[in-house]
Design a binder for this molecule. Structure first.
Ligand code: N01
Length: 504
């Protein structure tokens, strides 16, 4: 049974809090800690998992690690002097997140093992009514911190449900299944696959890698920190912040090539081509894994062991599309059948079409999914959405990044949320709802900035784009611009109602 805190009021027999946060990954946890630090203790976090961590808790596949430098991959209020490597592995990141939660004594504000099934705005009472797998809640303010890379995307391939061997998604790795000596297929060649393949290739009998689009790969400058470095991070004030600032600015420069002037991506492409030539000696294989779109259009991947793994005798890269899956094999469109014992599905996540959007219903009773379906995944400053009063997203529309740490963006969004909650309280506001015209103007400007980006012009399809062909996931500017934009809650962009008289 879920742990439930008892410091909640009842509203019509339902547990009521001022602020209800859904999800406890980096975003939800960070928001919870911030609210607690500011004394806004009337909140709860609903979390479907058994602990904090979100995507880092869920993605336990062999080889899982971060492609953002460790120094950037922590909250600014909880730097981690104990990172063992320059690029951290999943267990280390998960341990960090759990340690931050414990240190800030925030676990008892969580309701774990609780799946949010629906959230409806009740306009009469100006509250959100939330149905979960373990009970009902209501809240004045709803915070969606559900993550963009949380809902596994299972490919719709003919016959796949009839496969009789082991089959699982990278984000739902079955650790009971021993792949040693097995014939394994991996479907997909994104960030997850390029980590899984080198990790399992040495132990499986054979590995067929089903590639639909060859990714661009850059070197991974990963190494263990030396003892003097670790001691310096720990004991010399400022060293870690200095290192963090240096890496931050080096990464931020990439925005010029990605978003502003893709011609500046050329040097990276040359590096990637040189790497391909050096690491894939077989010309036929090299031709197969040479990308056919502009670097940066899809997320750039970093690895030193992916190409060597593809060159192994027991690994085959299959580029003929999959026609169907039988009970014990995969059949490609050219009619070839390859028998396998297990299939690893590395096909990514529902990002612009998350099933969560089907469960949130706004002022006019329409779901977020319907709203997004019609107009694309649009929001205001990645946080608010017109017709969804008193609701804020963390990692909402156009807040993702292709080059640096999401934790920076998350902290910017938490600033905005915290100031919104303060403003609502201070001004005695009953509801705040972003004005449609403010949201439209924001998106028009954002998409104008996006137009010149490599994501729109690089000749690829990616999870960055929604079904309308718009990039509704990434932030097209420098992250410090977003920080500036979200520094204060700009109530002027919102329609508000008031329920109490307050002294000015
Ligand atoms: O997912 P993806 P991911 N039949 O969507 C293919 C973060 N991340 O889990 O390119 C056949 O990128 C699809 O092919 P195509 C990171 O932000 C970070 O790998 O669409 N193939 C693609 O090759 C990342 O971007 C880290 O043609 C199908 C692959 O599956 C995001 O998570 C590690 C298919 C999906 O790639 C997602 O990465 C892991 C089908 N029906 C993840 N459907 C690090 O920090 C899809 N594909 C290192």
């Amino acid at each position: 049974s879920p742990e439930v805190t008892d410091n909640v009021e009842l509203h019509k027999g339902v547990r009521h809090v001022n602020t209800l946060i859904i999800g406890s990954g980096f975003a939800g946890l960070g928001a919870a800690i911030r609210l607690s630090q500011e004394g806004k203790d009337d909140f709860l976090v609903l979390e479907r998992g058994a602990t904090v961590g979100g995507t880092w808790r869920d993605n336990t596949y062999p080889g899982a690690a971060c492609d953002v430098p460790s120094q950037l991959y922590s909250y600014s209020f909880a730097l981690n002097p104990n990172w063992s490597r320059s690029f951290s592995t999943q267990p280390e990141i998960q341990a960090y997140i759990e340690s931050v939660a414990k240190k800030h004594d925030i676990l008892d504000k969580h309701v774990f093992n609780t799946h949010v099934q629906s959230a409806h705005w009740n306009d009469d009472d100006a509250i959100w009514e939330v149905q979960t797998s373990t009970g009902r809640y209501s809240a004045k303010i709803l915070v969606g911190a559900v993550g963009a890379l949380a809902e596994p995307n299972l490919p719709d391939i003919k016959g796949i449900n009839g496969f009789e061997g082991e089959i699982f998604h990278t984000a739902q790795w079955n650790h009971e299944a021993d792949l040693t000596g097995k014939r394994v297929a991996v479907i997909g060649t994104g960030a997850s696959a390029i980590q899984v393949v080198p990790a399992i290739a040495p132990k499986v009998a054979s590995l067929d890698l089903y590639q639909r689009t060859a990714p661009w790969l850059l070197p991974r400058f990963d190494r263990a920190y030396t003892t003097p470095e670790r001691l310096a991070f720990k004991y010399i004030p400022g060293v870690q912040r200095l290192s963090r600032a240096g890496i931050y600015w080096a990464r931020e420069v990439q925005v010029v090539g990605l978003a502003k002037a893709p011609i500046f991506m050329k040097p990276l492409e040359l590096i990637a081509r040189a790497k391909l030539l050096a690491e894939v000696r077989d010309a036929e294989l090299r031709a197969k894994v040479t990308p056919d779109f502009q670097i940066g259009c899809k997320r750039m991947l970093i690895s030193n062991n992916y190409y060597p793994a593809l060159s192994r005798d027991n690994v085959d890269v299959v580029t003929d599309g999959i026609a169907e899956v039988s009970s014990n094999s995969i059949v490609t469109k050219d009619g070839t059948e390859r028998e396998v014992d297990a299939i690893v599905v590395a096909t990514g996540f529902h990002v612009t079409d998350s099933p969560v959007f089907q469960t949130i219903f706004g002022k006019d009773g329409r779901s977020l999914a319907d709203v997004f379906d019609e107009s694309g995944q649009q929001g205001y400053k990645g946080a608010a959405i017109a017709n969804f009063p008193n609701m804020f997203f963390l990692v909402g529309p156009n807040t993702g990044l292709g080059h640096t740490s999401m934790v920076f963006m998350i902290e910017s969004q938490i600033n905005y949320l915290a100031d919104a909650i303060k403003t609502i309280e201070k001004q005695g506001l009953r509801t705040v709802e972003v004005r449609q015209d403010a949201q439209d103007a924001y998106n028009a400007e954002l998409q104008a900035d996006m137009a010149s980006s490599v994501w729109m012009n690089g000749g690829c399809a990616s999870w960055y784009l929604d079904k309308h062909g718009n990039n509704t996931t990434l932030w097209p500017g420098f992250t410090f611009e977003f920080r500036q934009l979200t520094r204060k809650f700009d109530v002027a962009a919102y329609d508000t109602t008031t329920d109490v008289e307050v002294d000015p």
